[in-house]
Design a protein around this ligand. Structure first.
Ligand SMILES: Nc1nc2c(ncn2[C@@H]2O[C@H](COP(=O)(O)OP(=O)(O)OP(=O)(O)O)[C@@H](O)[C@H]2O)c(=O)[nH]1
Ligand SMILES: [Zn+2]
Length: 368
């Protein structure tokens, strides 16, 4: 246990942090500083491993414990002054003797993955927080979709998370070179790994992404093999693996996000296959995912060129010369419009995020 502040400067004592328990869950110097900056009181710090119907499973010194979000926090969330906890968040909990645990505060996030809320809901939905690496998982074969990959990339880069592409089921494919080339064209400069969770091919290379207690998240459509891979990565049968039906759709599918500590080091979050992955306030992410087109655009005659019919458009020239795929350009323009529309609708909780970013800027250099 780390002792509470020894200097009595009037600020509330820091909550307990059991480093022996939390370090394997990713706790480090950065988080310690973020906690000190938050200056919130409370009993103990833990990491959110899952959410079930509004209750949060939090890893604490004594094990995983269900914690509720009190009305005060819910109201702060609706006013945009606090974040709704997400899997991967570091939270301060109150543990009243004999009572149930409640979440008192959410630590500022180092990174986040957010999408436009699906279905009827409005605004954004944070899928997971405090991630170092996002594994964008596709199965070799029909699942490979450059356009979907570009969307995942924009979302990942917007949240400050490093993307890595994983192509699964390599045991079923004799020559994956076309798939790899298509992926590299859609995700220039992003590492690509060929894997088989059945034969173990390529799995060892992934250990490097988890050094220093780093957190990775698995993202991809249903049935690409995320749960099977997760079980390989944590060396246990923690997620039920889907049985493919004749129509190619998964049957027992992952239904919730969950965080696991790996015995070999690092932390991994599994997410259910997502049907809707709308962009929310992700203009910077779109620019990052299409850095090649952004670089071309700097040579367009007009600085506000939309790359449609304008004279002197360097982007259109690259398409005409066969140097840039028209599908990729259309994807870029479409995602840009989508992100701008979402941004124009305004974001909830922006104040909190800006605050988080200011703190991040201060802590920036200490981040591993
Ligand atoms: N041949 C082969 N099959 C695999 C591999 N990985 C997974 N599968 C199979 O693919 C099917 C789907 O795997 P899952 O791990 O459930 O896929 P998922 O991405 O977790 O799917 P959701 O839980 O629906 O999100 C299962 O039948 C697995 O056995 C692999 O490396 N090779
Ligand atoms: Zn142009």
């Amino acid at each position: 246990m780390v002792p509470v502040n020894d200097v009595n400067d009037g600020s509330p004592p820091l909550p307990r942090v059991d480093e022996a328990v939390l370090a394997p869950y990713g706790w480090g110097a950065w988080q310690q500083e973020a906690l000190a900056q938050l200056g919130s009181g409370g009993d103990e710090v833990g990491r959110v491993c899952a959410e079930h119907q509004g209750m949060f499973m939090v890893r604490l010194a004594g094990g995983e414990r269900a914690a509720a979000l009190p009305g005060r926090m819910r109201r702060a969330v609706s006013r945009g002054e606090a974040e709704w906890p997400a899997v991967g968040d570091w939270v301060v909990v109150d543990l009243p003797p004999g009572g149930s645990a409640v979440i008192r505060a959410v630590l500022p996030r180092s990174t986040r993955l957010a999408r436009k809320a699906a279905g009827e809901q409005r605004g954004e939905q944070v899928l997971a927080a405090n991630l170092d690496v996002a594994f964008l998982v596709s199965a070799l074969g029909r699942d490979i979709s450059p356009r979907r990959l570009e969307r995942y990339l924009a979302l990942t880069m917007e949240g400050g998370v490093t993307p890595v592409v994983l192509l699964t089921k390599a045991d079923l494919h004799v020559d994956p070179s076309h798939a790899v080339a298509a992926v590299q064209a859609a995700a220039p400069g992003v590492p690509v790994h060929l894997l088989s969770s059945h034969t173990g091919q390529g799995l060892e290379a992934l250990d490097a992404y988890f050094t220093g207690g780093r957190t990775g998240v698995l993202l991809g459509s249903s049935g690409v093999g995320k749960s099977t891979l997760l079980n390989r990565l944590i060396g246990a049968e923690m997620q039920v693996v889907g049985t493919l039906r004749a129509d190619g759709k998964g049957r027992h599918t992952t239904t919730h996000r969950q965080l696991f500590s790996r015995p070999a080091g690092g932390v991994i979050i599994d997410t259910p296959g997502m049907r809707e992955l709308g962009l929310w306030d992700a203009e910077a992410g779109v620019s990052g995912a299409f850095a090649d087109i952004e670089a071309l655009a700097e040579r367009c005659r007009f600085s506000d060129c939309r790359h449609e019919q304008e004279p002197g458009c360097a982007v259109a020239a690259a398409v005409a010369a066969g140097e840039l795929d028209r599908g990729r350009l259309e994807s870029f323009l479409g995602l840009q419009v989508e992100a701008r529309r979402a941004a124009a609708r305004g974001t909830q909780g922006r104040g909190e995020r800006v605050l988080g970013r200011a703190l991040l800027a201060r802590l920036g250099r200490r981040r591993r």
